[in-house]
Design a protein around this ligand. Sequence first.
Ligand SMILES: [Zn+2]
Length: 344
Amino acid sequence: MAQKETKTENIILVTIDGFRWQELFNGADSSFLHNKKLVENTGKYTKRYWNDNLSERREMLLPFIWGTVAAQGQVYGNRAKGCFVNVKNPFWFSYPGYNEILTGFADKRINSNEFGPNPNTGVFEMMNESDAFKGRIATFASWDAFNDILNEKRSGLLVNSGFENVEGLDSDNKINVLNDIQTGLPDIFDGVRLDAVTFNMGFEYLKEKSPRILYLAFDETDDFAHGGRYNDYLNSAHNADDFLKKLWNWVQQNPAYKDKTTLMITCDHGRGEGPDGWKSHGSETAHSDQTWFAVIGPDTPATGEISSGQYYNNQYAKTMAALLGFDYITQNPVGPAIDLVLRK
Ligand SMILES: [Zn+2]
């Protein structure tokens, strides 16, 4: 077997559902912040998220991504600078988007969020069949559809999603509190657990079980946007950024993960433009196929904000596999690995 050429031994993948590239690269939108229909307490949120200076403004919203990932890694999808990221699937909503991220190809059959068990074998399922990764891949997701998206029954992957409790960890006290809390929280988005619970459960699992691949799928940004609640959408993105910071700080202080772990962050679809378009996405909503991704890790040059090229969400599966020295080959037309991520 050929010597592995990459330094990455572990991957943490994080998705932030329907979070737009517009806010990632530009920070909060002032016309939205001052729109009383989208933000009730404009004074409070203008203070929290507005600065006339673009780079300060986006760092107020996402301090970890702009302070650490952009400084030591790469951020893709700033269309104003000439870097484009899009989904390949024609639907521009969640299940087709997650299928594309996790299998590396856009499947036209998957045309509904209620599609049921995924017929496709994704990169995690294929890796879970190898000795090096068997039982070392875990997913914690806010949205309960992830049991189907990763076809938990067939794949044998650990998928904790929706309001499922976590069982079998030694750090019982914290896990029991999390299990109790999620049971008592309102199901405001119908089948979606709040992201802070998903994060803390996944983080406890990481600390105790040392998975080689951890996938955390956050949801709140999408549901708050559908509800037209811009301040909550911003808060959820800001919180997700803080979860990323906590993960990365832990990774870089833990000898089993330090300088051997790549963190990849992306989303399943974009959203429309303007105060109404922003609430929606899907093939009827212009430009909601526009996405972004960010990456930091030992194989990735510190290029910062990428200013050219066209990339697609169908490239992440092969990129993650390549980082781990795994050749992901299927009968399906999988998007190619992103060379720039791997070129250190
Ligand atoms: Zn949505």
